[in-house]
Design a protein around this ligand. Structure first.
Ligand code: 0X9
Ligand code: ZN
Length: 303
């Protein structure tokens, strides 16, 4: 059986998604988005208590950065609560939750193979004739691509933006599914680690903010307060670009191209960098969940 407070292999995650969808056919469906570079099937969990109602969608993804294991763990915990906690009927009332727990499965598995690879960040695609691998998925989205905070060097281990926007099958899949659901998506959250930041567009620049920044800021602070009330650390709330400018992020794409009114990157946990201990998952995941209740309530009341 699948312990929700542990880190799991990609295969175990996929099998657990399949078994949840079988156990809760009324609530949860899986949509295959395609294959990763190395051929791993990617499935979106769609959780809804009324799939034909055209409800506003909360779209959450995690694990675009391979080493940030707490992010997929949080995405799986969210799915778990939404389908198996009777109280979550409230969260599902009038809101559909679409969750993609591992955007970069090849990188994720690479970090699981040995200690040497544990801090890998990028995808695992081969870069032309060079013997260098991987693109930073969160520099690869097609909005203001590569204008700031990226490396153009395919051998850069951290922030290589790729040869062109959406060069990676993994980011293409997220783009395609976001375009498929388009204006129904009212909230986008990309789960990352670390530092306990909750940031909103723009990410590509810190010189100015979108005109809607105050709504983004207010909701983020409400989420942070809920997490703090549950015993968690508050989030540092600001625009991503004020933290540090970096272009080609999924948050800017969702906000600037798809037109998602609320778009965030959430950096989970603080104090352990990328190696958040498994034994503490049972403490922090339920705390973060309280923040997601606030997100859901806002989307339900506003749309
Ligand atoms: O640099 C990133 O991609 C994110 N931080 S991380 O340490 N997880 O790598 C922050 C992304 C914030 N959003 C944008 N800059 N668009
Ligand atoms: Zn990250």
């Amino acid at each position: 059986s699948f312990n929700i407070f542990e880190y799991h292999s990609y295969i175990a995650i996929q099998e657990h998604l399949e078994s949840l969808a079988k156990r809760h056919p009324d609530l949860m469906k899986l949509q295959t988005l395609g294959m990763s570079y190395q051929g791993r099937r990617m499935k979106l969990a769609k959780i809804s208590s009324n799939p034909n109602a055209g409800n506003p969608i909360v779209f959450i993804d995690a694990g675009i950065h391979a080493r940030e294991w707490v992010a997929p763990a949080m995405a799986m915990y969210l799915i778990h609560r939404l389908v198996s906690d009777p109280d979550a009927r409230r969260e599902l009332n009038g809101v559909d939750w679409y969750i993609l727990p591992v955007v970069n499965p090849d990188g994720y598995e690479f970090t699981r193979t040995n200690q040497v690879n544990r801090l890998w960040r990028k995808t695992r695609s081969k870069n032309g004739l060079l013997d260098c691998f991987g693109v930073d998925g969160n520099r690869n989205y097609g909005f203001k691509w590569a204008v700031s905070g990226v490396s153009k060097n395919p051998c850069d281990k951290e922030t290589y933006a790729g040869p062109k926007p959406f060069s990676e099958p993994e980011t293409q899949m997220v783009r395609n599914v976001m375009m498929e659901y388009g204006k129904r998506i009212k909230l986008y959250v990309s789960l990352h680690s670390y530092g306990q930041y909750l940031v909103y567009p723009w990410g590509y620049t810190g010189d100015f903010l979108p005109k809607e920044w105050q709504k983004l800021d207010t909701l983020a602070r409400m989420v942070s307060e809920a997490v703090e009330s549950a015993g968690g650390k508050p989030f540092r709330v600001m625009s991503a670009g004020k933290w540090y400018p970096a272009a080609g992020g999924s948050d800017d794409f969702a906000f600037g191209v798809i037109g998602v009114p609320y778009s965030y990157t959430m950096e989970l946990t603080d104090g352990y960098e990328f190696l958040f201990p498994e034994r503490l998952l049972h403490t922090v995941l339920p705390q973060f969940y309280e923040g997601f209740k606030v997100f859901g309530a806002q989307i339900r009341s506003e749309f």
